[in-house]
Design a protein around this ligand. Sequence first.
Ligand SMILES: [Zn+2]
Length: 210
Amino acid sequence: MTTQVAIIPVTSLQQNCTLIWDDETKQGAVVDPGGDVPRILAAIERSGATVRDIFITHGHLDHAGGAAELAGALGVPVTGPDISDKFLLESMEEQGRQFGFMAGNCTPDRWVSEGKAVTMGGVEFEVRHCPGHTPGHVVFISQTLNFGIFGDVLFRNSIGRTDLGDYGNYEQLIESIRTKLLVLPDEFSFVCGHGQGSTIGAEKRSNPFL
Ligand SMILES: [Zn+2]
C-alpha cells in the first residue's frame, strides 16, 4: 500500500488536520483544516503531494475554520459534511470571535450524505453520517485500508461533547457510535479529532462511555 497519512495539529485546540496522499501518484486530500493554514501548506510541501480536495467532518471552527483560506491558496474545491451542518459553517466568523481566533465562513462546493463514496489520495472512502456532536457530522471509512477519519465522534477512551449549542444530542451520538462505528472490525484504526488515534477493538475494550 502506498497511502501515506500525516497528522497536523492545528489551532489552540490542537485539532488533528489530516493530510492523506498516494506516494506513487502524489495525489492527496486534506481533511479538517481548522486553521494554521501556513503550517498545513508547509506539510503539503514536505510531502510532495498535490492536494486535489478538502473534506470537512463537521462544522466546528477548529475543523473547518481554515477551509476557505486553504481552498483559495490551493485552488481546490471544499466538500462539506452532511448539509445539516450548514448553519455552523455559515457562522464560522462568529465562532471565531467567541474563541478568540480568526476563521472564515465556509460555503462548501458540495455536500455529502450517508453511504456516499469519496476519493482521497486515490483510495475510496465511504461516508457515514454520525450525528450527535453536531447534526451533520460525518466520518470517512476505508474498508481497503481498515482506516478511518472520525472527527469528534469517537476518541481514545472518550466520545465527542454533546453540550455545545442547543444541537448536541447524547443519545443520538451513542446510537451513531454503536450502529456506524462499533460494527467495524476490531483492528480498524482511526484518527480522532483531538489527541491520539485508536482502534475499534481498543475502544470496545476500554472506553468508559461505551
Ligand atoms: Zn467538534
